[in-house]
Design a protein around this ligand. Structure first.
Ligand code: HEM
Length: 225
């Protein structure tokens, strides 16, 4: 996620050490939490190995944080660049649910679905694909499809976008979708209640990550002296 690879690797190593300590602690003293559930998960006498648990913990840590974090930034930016919609949300807090779906449609942090592999040769839009080739689906692009949405480039918090596929579809549907929606609603309810004036205060810079999109810096004038 971050440009400094050595730093990223050191952070991964440190968090792996922390996870291993936590696993030992839960084995010694089970608690009512996700880690204990993973330690105790059993299928026909087989338990998850430490490697399996740790790779899932890294996945959850990463996708549970970077996505929502990026989405808060993308949503903030959409509101700041569309002051009429920001004002409307202040006046109509009942629109929050539709606004959250529109945040995720208009500028999703999960801009791409997982890479898929073609299981057979096929042609799509004049493009020949062969079995075994990798395919990346750009969900962000699907959300700007004029056949799916009227005026798709307009940010409209009253839209109630029903065909939102920002959390994927099918077997790999995002397990954190309900949590992410809740987090976004709480963040914007609190922000709008706390700051009666919010304005963009500079250029936005983006994280160097093609798969999870979100600002690295987003300067906001909170209207307080
Ligand atoms: C706004 C926030 C989020 C967005 C936009 C988002 C988006 C996505 C997308 C597009 C996928 C892939 C679907 C596919 O390839 O078919 C996905 C999968 C996943 N998401 Fe999220 N996500 C968000 C928040 C979260 C949170 C908060 C968690 C966990 C607490 C989470 C956990 C996961 C996991 C574990 C998967 C993989 C599911 C699987 O492969 O079976 N996500 N998410």
């Amino acid at each position: 996620v971050y440009p400094d690879r050595a730093k990223t690797e050191a952070m991964l190593e440190e968090s792996t050490g922390m996870f291993l300590e936590l696993l030992d602690a839960r084995r010694a003293e089970p608690k009512d939490d996700l880690l204990t559930a993973m330690v105790l998960a059993e299928d026909e006498g087989r338990f998850l190995s430490d490697d399996e648990i740790i790779s899932n913990l890294h996945l959850l840590n990463f996708v549970g944080h970077e996505t929502t974090d990026g989405q808060i930034g993308n949503s903030m930016l959409a509101l700041l660049r569309n002051p009429d919609q920001l004002q409307l949300l202040r006046e109509r807090p009942d629109l929050m649910r539709s606004a959250v779906d529109e945040f995720i449609r208009y500028d999703p942090s999960g801009a791409w679905a997982h890479i898929q592999f073609a299981t057979e040769d096929f042609e799509i839009n004049g493009q020949q694909l062969h079995a075994g080739e990798r395919i990346a689906f750009c969900l962000a692009s699907a959300h700007r499809d004029p056949e799916a949405y009227q005026n798709p480039d307009k940010f409209d918090i009253t839209r109630n976008p029903e065909k939102n596929i920002s959390f994927g579809i099918g077997a790999h549907y995002c397990i954190g979708a309900a949590l992410a929606r809740l987090e976004l609603a709480v963040v914007f309810e609190r922000l709008l209640a706390r700051y009666p004036r919010l304005e963009l205060a500079g250029e936005v810079t983006y994280r160097p990550n093609a798969f999870i999109r979100g600002p690295l810096t987003l300067d906001v004038d909170l209207g307080i002296a």
